[in-house]
Design a protein around this ligand. Structure first.
Ligand SMILES: [Zn+2]
Length: 239
């Protein structure tokens, strides 16, 4: 959403490993399953700046900055969100084609944007509730627990789980009153036949742990999905 399509933002997030990105600015030292460095955002003598490859996040225990790879580039380079996305897109060789649908300022387009943001926000809550409460999400909870992600971290990151179903999200969104065209435009469902978007659609995220991606004002604008198996790192992310 915004002017850069959601799918592009997700691709850029998946293609930019946070350890590699930050490690290109200054050296990181491995410390267990994480990486450490002297914090670039405050003066210190012992490293409290930590990069977590599992969560693809950074955090400083000294000055409390932290977030995704986008947040790091925004803070370190003093860029706004779209510029950080473009910079990381260029790094990964991903073309950014800005979506002009949202750049004009007529009411209908504002309304569509507001609606899609609301759908993303509610979907993030739904994914999160699934992870916390549903019996069928137990394997996901255990998977995360094994990787040191407890309920508190899952709550602060609003990590969620998408059921292994072709239409659970579609049905949930329809029940909440969202129109099919809006659900389709959100990218949360895909048409079976790209040539015929009016035909059957299916849930994009199935049986995946879901990480919401926020813009610089904290709105959920995209999702990154991760499967539970332990295949190659690159195959774990859906983009
Ligand atoms: Zn710091």
């Amino acid at each position: 959403m915004g002017s850069i399509p959601t799918q592009t933002i997700e691709q850029v997030a998946a293609a930019n490993d946070i350890v590699e990105v930050i490690g290109a600015y200054f050296p990181l030292k491995r410390a267990g399953s994480a990486y450490k460095a002297l914090c670039p955002f405050h003066q210190e003598k012992t490293p409290s700046f930590t990069v977590n490859p599992q969560r693809q996040s950074f955090h400083c225990f000294g000055c409390n900055v932290g977030g995704s790879v986008f947040r790091f580039v925004m803070d370190y380079e003093h860029l706004d969100f779209p510029s950080a996305v473009k910079k990381l897109a260029a790094r990964a060789g991903i073309p950014v084609i800005e979506d002009r649908t949202f750049s004009a300022s007529d009411d209908r387009q504002h309304e569509t944007r507001r609606l899609l943001l609301q759908l993303h926000s509610e979907a993030a809550e739904w994914f999160h509730e699934n992870l916390l409460k549903r019996e069928w999400a137990r394997p996901a909870r255990e998977y995360l627990k094994k990787r040191g992600i407890d309920g508190k971290i899952a709550a602060s990151w609003q990590i969620g789980f998408a059921p292994d179903s072709w239409d659970a999200l579609l049905n949930w969104a329809r029940e909440r009153g969202y129109r099919r065209t809006d659900i389709l435009q959100s990218g949360l469902v895909k048409p079976r036949d790209e040539e015929r978007p009016e035909g059957d659609v299916y849930d994009r995220f199935r049986g995946r742990i879901i990480f919401p991606i926020h813009n610089d004002t904290g709105e959920v604008i995209a999702f990154s999905g991760r499967v539970l198996d332990s295949g190659a790192e690159t195959a774990k992310y859906l983009n």
